[in-house]
Write a protein that binds this ligand. Sequence first.
Ligand SMILES: C[S@@+](CC[C@H](N)C(=O)[O-])C[C@H]1O[C@@H](n2cnc3c(N)ncnc32)[C@H](O)[C@@H]1O
Length: 245
Amino acid sequence: MATMYDASTYGDRIAPVYDALYQSLPSTEAAVRLLAELTQGGPVLELGIGTGRIALPLAETGIAVHGIDASAAMVEMLRGKPGGAQIPVTMGDFADVGVEGHYPLIYVVFNTFFALLTQEEQIRCFAHVAEHLAPGGRFLIEAFVPDLARFDRGQRTSVINLTLDRVQLDVVQVDIAAQRIVTQHVAITESGTRLYPVQLRYAWPSELDLMARLAGLRLQERWGGWQREPFTSASQFHLSVYTPA
Ligand SMILES: C[S@@+](CC[C@H](N)C(=O)[O-])C[C@H]1O[C@@H](n2cnc3c(N)ncnc32)[C@H](O)[C@@H]1O
């Protein structure tokens, strides 16, 4: 049966395996360190908080972390971890930033900003973030730099893991007109096939900068990684920090 893809689909499908796949990303420790330096005392707000990969270690440093997420299954995983029950999470679409208060730091990491699937939603998110920044506050986005050379006639299939008992593939199509990437993470084992769908609307850093301008923000910093590496033509990722203009 065909189902509609919406804001909760990715999280609800991937929640049971999310931590096994991503909990030990090599960048996590450096990400927490840099975010802690940028908080100006907090509280901070994470858009798409998920299972707390970043939020939990950040909260352990003594900073008050709030989150927004659309997936009950992801937040249930967060709640099941030590400290996870104490983190306030607003359930909803982070395009609307439906929370109270003002934050010295609002952040969205691991390409999650691109989960907003239209330019309109992305612009709306910037505008609502700007309304919730404390004076001199910062909005940090971590995202990939789009690379259309990865695709051959609009598609790409990659082997992520190949063992005696398991085949893990990423099957991807790109719609250049819509700036949209549709992916299935496919896991095949003797007992069956699991599908984990992801849809993203990618944007180049320059488009994000224009969205920021529309929201009354300006680019303060752009790094090529969590160790504040310079952003260059070879960078595959960027950390962009926006602040009120
Ligand atoms: C790739 S995970 C990232 C989780 C966490 N930030 C991390 O870095 O591990 C993306 C998260 O964003 C949530 N999400 C995706 N689109 C959303 C939306 N429009 N509104 C709220 N949450 C959304 C998903 O449910 C998921 O928990």
